[in-house]
Design a protein around this ligand. Sequence first.
Ligand code: ATP
Length: 274
Amino acid sequence: MKFKQIDINCFKSFPEFTSFPIDNGLTGIVGPNGCGKSNVVEALKWVMGETSAKSLRGTGMEDVIFNGTSDRPSKNFCEVTLKLENDNKNKLSKDPEEIEVKRKLEKDKGSKYFLNGREVRAKDIHILFADLSTGPHSPSMVSQGRIGNLITAKPTDRRAILEEAAGIGGLHARRHEAELRLSAAENNLNKADDIMKQTENQLKNLQKQAAEASKYKLISEDIKRKDAGLIYLSFLKIEKEIQQNKDALNEIEYCNSGSGCFGHYFRVIIKKIS
Ligand code: ATP
């Protein structure tokens, strides 16, 4: 992996777009004290995903935005773009020659990362640089006082340097991500168990209600059948009464016509009594 160019815009002491080509061989930046040499190294760390404002000599991340001078107004965003030679280890880029990583920070909006113009997560940028055996905390970024720190480093810190030299830094980053995913999957599994238990309880209640509903259906059908029987019996009774009344009417008509009246009344009386 090789850095090809770093473009800085509105970052720290660079209020205007400034491009640093990094050619073959040694590239040096020479300037008087306080001209912004360390700011270029910090821009490099920042675009690779540095999250600590302290390590960029600030108190908050927005301190990296150009904060103005007596004759220049402050800015409300900053961006740094790093162009890398694509050594074809990954297929992230359409352009086989170059990978472009950009970080943009806007006031009150936080940072956004772009890989070849497409917005990506900070984690993707972290993994990209870890796979390339570099990053904002890489031992290959040697800042002031760093050599002394490496000599006096603890064995665990030296191990990080050796792992990076062996090119397995990316594996650690991936393992960490895999562990996070695993624990997220375990949480989801526990949630699914809880939901299953709740659903089982609901199922039991529904089964009970379904049994009661079918019992209700059977009973109401029985009631309907019996009601229909009662209505039929009343109908028969009413029909019989109508027939009896018709008979009585016939008898009266027969009597009014003048024949056998006494016998007729006697039959009518007997009928009424019965
Ligand atoms: P030295 O050689 O002393 O280490 P240097 O060339 O590395 O210095 P830097 O430390 O990179 O210089 O830059 C310091 C300058 O950057 C200071 O003048 C400081 O005012 C300016 N600076 C830092 N942050 C900002 C900012 N957010 N906006 C404007 N200027 C800033």
